[in-house]
Ligand binder design. Structure first.
Ligand code: GTP
Length: 254
């Protein structure tokens, strides 16, 4: 299975790819390959088996086309489309690894706001099942409106890609017990989440939370909250169990 790590900038995708690949190799003894699809990465905490930076980097695109960093990510999305056949021909995508973990850029232009990223994942799906692990930065929990915004992007990604998406909260080592309850409510009982935070947020944003949560209730699949820390490795067993359940299609994910 391809397990694609997506999420907003700095949510911990690269850190989680590094610690999760390491954890599975050591604790489960499976063969894991790792792919970097982030052309903007400067240093990676893992050794990739395929690295998109062999083909292009954000720095090179900025220089060659005279673009700023965000424009360069839009151009990178186009290049991902152009190079997609060549990338998929790389041996890692046809290897016998049990799981191939894929790191993506935090600038969501490539995988959310442009078609090329999801088109690329659709091509991958012809080789093996694809699961998107959407990472929400748990340190947003003191600001429930930011937590909700990030979570809603995962629903949009699911709708757009028509691929299975599971939501994982990272950086729980930074999250208080109280905030953990808020996170669990958002994923497992959105209506209660809205009631508990709307007053705290207040103003138009508070009213919007009540309305937006109705959309969450309509479109979010029933899920259990998976809280992990790429730093301390807590929760990685639960993440592995979830990925394995999807792989085996063992039933719903609540
Ligand atoms: P972009 O690719 O730039 O979007 O970043 P990313 O999502 O790959 O995040 P990255 O792994 O680079 O982590 C961003 C920052 O968060 C780094 O300083 C990490 O050390 C830190 N970080 C990542 N995971 C955790 C975690 O579980 N706990 C804590 N405390 N910090 C974390």
């Amino acid at each position: 299975m391809f397990v694609v790590f997506a999420g907003t900038a700095g949510s911990g995708k690269s850190s989680l790819v590094a610690s999760f690949s390491d954890w599975i190799r050591k604790e489960v003894g499976l063969k894991i390959s790792v792919v970097n699809l982030d052309p903007g990465a400067e240093a990676l905490p893992y050794q990739p088996d395929f690295d998109i930076r062999q083909l292009f980097t954000i720095r090179e695109i900025m220089q060659k086309y005279g673009l700023g960093p965000n424009g360069a990510f839009l151009k990178a999305a186009e290049l991902l489309g152009e190079y997609s056949r060549e990338i998929i021909r790389h041996k890692v995508f046809r290897s016998f690894s049990d799981y191939i973990l894929i790191d993506t850029p935090g600038q969501l232009e490539m995988f959310l706001f442009r078609p090329e990223g999801t088109q690329f994942l659709k091509k991958l799906e012809r080789l093996r099942p694809v699961l998107i692990v959407y990472i929400v930065d748990g340190s947003l929990a003191p600001h429930p409106e930011d937590l909700l915004t990030s979570y809603m992007l995962s629903l949009m990604l699911q709708a757009k890609s028509e691929l299975q998406v599971v939501t994982v909260i990272n950086k729980v080592d930074l999250v208080s017990e109280e905030d953990m309850k808020t996170i669990r409510l958002l994923i497992e009982n959105p209506e209660e989440f809205a009631k508990s935070v709307a007053d705290k947020v207040g103003g138009i944003a508070g009213d919007m939370i009540m309305d937006l949560i109705k959309i969450v209730e309509m479109y979010a699949p029933p899920e259990r909250a998976i809280l992990v820390s790429a730093k301390t490795k807590e929760g990685l067993r639960e993440l592995y169990d979830l990925v394995h359940e999807v792989y085996c299609s063992c039933g719903d994910l609540t």
